[in-house]
Design a protein around this ligand. Structure first.
Ligand SMILES: C[S@@+](CC[C@H](N)C(=O)[O-])C[C@H]1O[C@@H](n2cnc3c(N)ncnc32)[C@H](O)[C@@H]1O
Length: 195
């Protein structure tokens, strides 16, 4: 089944409700857009499970079509809001890596509170859902969003910043990343480990 529909949206999920084998690493792509990165990661890492989370119906449907065409058993898409999913729904100590790639930057000052990396529900949830040694990976074209993220994560003692050289591991470019790069913008990236 390409679309994941929780049996109950109002309690924490068990890891095996998302994919049956709870011993496999689970990766989350938050705000997964049309699913290009999500499906490519699932193709390249058959030993890992991937869940995309996206709130827009059209993008969820497009991702579901991509998953069905690729016929991969290790990838699903969930239509839901990111902060709620991370804060309350996803299983505690159940996620190996969480990817937040080209999130909406909310550039206006009065909207900065909407940035995920400034959201206490999200940050507390990130701490809760990552396994010890699990990673949070961020890419953004927006320098101010990037500094907000660095300040937020630095204020949480369980996160340690890691190097992320270009060739550290295989990491497909996302649709938005390709678009910003084609316009000549710089993509900032950072990676943190949950201790
Ligand atoms: C700028 S796009 C980036 C998409 C993809 N990650 C990429 O890099 O190509 C941001 C995506 O996050 C989704 N999104 C934004 N806020 C969200 C939220 N609170 N919950 C779930 N999805 C959200 C948007 O609908 C959009 O698809």
């Amino acid at each position: 089944m390409s679309v994941f529909v929780p049996a109950d949206y109002f309690r924490e999920l068990r890891r095996e409700e998302i994919f049956p084998d709870a011993t496999r690493p689970l990766e989350i792509d938050l705000g997964s857009g049309d699913g290009t990165f999500l499906v490519e990661m699932a193709r390249q890492h058959p030993g890992r499970d991937f869940l995309g989370i996206e709130r827009m119906s059209g993008r969820v449907e497009k991702t579901a079509r991509r998953i069905r065409r690729a016929a991969l058993p290790n990838v699903k898409i969930l239509q839901l809001e990111s902060a709620y999913s991370v804060g309350w729904l996803l299983p505690s100590a159940g996620v190996s890596r969480l990817h937040l790639l080209c999130p909406d930057p909310w550039p206006k000052k009065r909207h900065h509170k909407n940035r995920l990396v400034n959201n206490a529900e999200f940050l507390g949830g990130l701490e809760r859902i990552l396994v010890p040694g699990g990673e949070f990976l961020l890419k953004t074209d927006h320098p101010e969003y990037f500094s907000d993220a660095q300040a937020s994560l630095a204020s949480r003692l369980v996160f340690r910043s890691l190097e992320w050289p270009e060739d550290a591991f295989c990491y497909p470019q996302t649709d938005f990343e390709k678009h910003w790069l084609a316009l000549g913008l710089t993509i900032h990236r950072a990676r943190w480990r949950r201790t």
